[in-house]
Ligand binder design. Structure first.
Ligand code: ATP
Ligand code: MG
Length: 288
């Protein structure tokens, strides 16, 4: 594996030196390897959005460094500009990021800024709109005429079209109905499978984190509380609950079974795993 993103002792203080001073990120260090799918979890106000806005230079650290492919993104103006293209950021409620007159122009905005040829821009716009299920007929429409779910797709297509090395998605499913969530979930997963892009996915949903991420980073009060595989993280259910977080519903069921005296292994976080464990138990193979 090779490292694409490294965060070293990053701290961010809002409104420094005023009565409103707030240390939102406090000495965070971690790195992401090429192709990794990482879920970033933490209760509201734990510093997730603040942290990720540093990755493409939108926020400047109060202290610490961010390196992309080994280079400090604030070492020069050129590096900061390069970071904008290397790291694609989809904000919480990305529909507010849309501002162009047509869907086509909005999706083309990033690739255009990257200085790509007209043909390449056209290819990327059409291909990525198709990936997120936007028909050609909406390309000439104003993004403001679209439904919330469609706007979300336009914002996603715009980031996909930049083909960034690292894609950071801040609560991409927030405010969508279950069908909309499932769709967005699918697009991101498909994109990851196709391009092998490093993905950092901010979510409140343990269910999605459990289903998608190979690695889960848990934030609490500006710090990293846990960083490990879903098995490692969900095995620490008590600490998660103390940090105001939940574990997947299926994990909770297994924890409850154990509490009630059933000899089960509680390292279960997807329905598929639970089914396999229960099948093994039914088959009389002892401990499930
Ligand atoms: N622009 C700002 N100015 C001052 N304080 C801020 C600003 N943005 C965020 N904060 C504060 O910094 C802390 C971290 O906020 P942040 O938005 O990073 O959390 P979060 O984990 O993304 O929360 P959520 O899950 O609600 O999106 C909070 O206490 C928040 O009130
Ligand atoms: Mg946030």
């Amino acid at each position: 594996m090779n490292e694409v993103l490294r965060v070293e002792h990053l701290s961010h203080i809002y409104s420094k030196g005023t009565p409103f001073e707030k240390k939102a990120v406090d000495d965070v260090s971690f790195s992401a390897q090429r192709g990794e799918f990482i879920g970033l979890i933490g209760h509201t106000g734990s510093g997730k959005s603040t942290l990720i806005q540093h990755f493409n230079g939108l926020l400047k650290p109060s202290s610490g460094r961010i390196l992309i492919n080994g280079e400090d993104i604030f070492q020069s103006k050129e590096m900061t500009r390069a970071a904008r293209f290397a790291v694609g950021l989809v904000f919480q409620y990305p529909e507010y990021q849309l501002f162009e007159e047509t869907v086509y122009a909005d999706v083309a905005f990033g690739p255009k800024n990257m200085g790509l040829s007209k043909e390449e821009i056209d290819r990327r716009v059409r291909e990525n709109c198709r990936i997120v299920g936007l028909p050609d007929s909406v390309l000439d429409k104003s993004p403001f005429e679209l439904s919330g779910g469609q706007k979300r797709r336009v914002a996603l297509a715009g980031i996909f079209a930049m083909e960034p090395e690292v894609m950071v998605l801040d609560e991409p499913m927030a405010g969508l109905d279950p069908a909309g969530c499932a769709e967005v979930f699918r697009y991101i997963k498909d994109y990851h499978e196709k391009h092998g892009t490093t993905i950092l996915f901010v979510t409140h949903s343990m269910e999605y984190a459990a289903q998608m991420a190979q690695r889960i980073v848990v934030m609490d009060s500006g710090h990293i509380l846990m960083d490990g595989t879903p098995e490692e993280v969900f095995a620490r259910a008590d600490e998660l609950m103390e940090a105001g977080l939940d574990v997947p519903q299926v994990t909770r069921v297994f924890l409850e079974l154990k509490k009630r005296g059933v000899d089960v292994d509680t390292a279960v976080y997807t329905v598929e795993q639970a089914a396999a464990k229960l099948r093994a138990l039914k088959g009389g193979e002892g401990k499930c």
